[in-house]
Write a protein that binds this ligand. Structure first.
Ligand code: NI
Ligand code: MN
Length: 225
């Protein structure tokens, strides 16, 4: 049984009962988060890129839980200099971990750390855990290779940014679901800040109108996938 919790923004926690994986754990300072960083105890942290609204609590969480950070090579090595355990991956590469696997995909965005230093390319991540595949697109604009990602990985769940401005907006996000064809599409990266206000129910309605399954996850909600 795989459980998925939405913290808010692009931050999720996924667990198979033995392993707890935090994805882009921006929790402290996230105005929509109802869960505290101290409330999650991940043994792995998957990062899509280095922007502060994705890196978030990674350093503190990894240190306090002895967690391994999985990220693009440059970002992973940078976090290694902060004393964290890490596993470097790169776009297109997949690796087997105790819980399953992680494969990185392209994402059209950027990735620098808080000092503005290049942290490798941004990524999306396909996490295979407990027989379920979750495609977290990271921050990205729409791209037609999502069709290939969908065809090859056939994700059960797609986590889709809808907030516009820095990522896809609702129209492009709906198109991305048509490209990937997941069993379930869940909106993310909206309503955290004024520039990314979006109605997740509008996204869900439009995805369903295209005959794909979608639902809004409340901030702090856990579902079984
Ligand atoms: Ni970003
Ligand atoms: Mn972002």
């Amino acid at each position: 049984m795989v459980k998925l919790t939405y913290i808010g923004h692009s931050a999720f926690v996924v667990s198979d009962g033995n392993n707890i994986i935090a994805i882009d754990p921006f929790i402290t300072g996230n105005p929509t988060a109802t869960i505290k960083a101290a409330d999650i105890n991940p043994n792995f942290i998957v990062l899509t890129h280095a922007h502060g609204d994705h890196l978030g609590d990674t350093v503190e969480l990894a240190k306090s839980n002895d967690a391994t950070v999985i990220a693009v090579n440059e970002l992973a090595i940078y976090l290694g200099t902060k004393g964290l355990k890490y596993h470097p991956l790169h776009i297109g590469g997949e690796f087997q971990f105790p819980f399953g696997s992680v494969k990185l995909t392209i994402a059209h965005h950027s990735s620098v750390n808080e000092e503005g230093v290049y942290m490798g390319p941004p990524a999306g991540a396909i996490i295979n855990i407990g027989g379920k595949k979750i495609y977290h697109t990271g921050d990205t604009g729409l791209f037609s290779d999502m069709q290939l990602i969908g065809e090859i990985s056939q994700p059960d769940v797609m986590l889709v940014p809808i907030g516009d401005n820095f990522t896809m907006g609702i129209e492009d996000a709906v198109k991305s679901v048509q490209f990937v064809k997941p069993k379930l599409a869940i909106p993310m990266h909206y309503n955290t800040f004024p520039v990314i206000l979006a109605d997740p129910n509008e996204f869900v309605t439009k995805v369903k109108a295209n005959n794909f399954n979608s639902r809004v996850m409340e901030f702090g909600e856990t579902i079984e996938i």
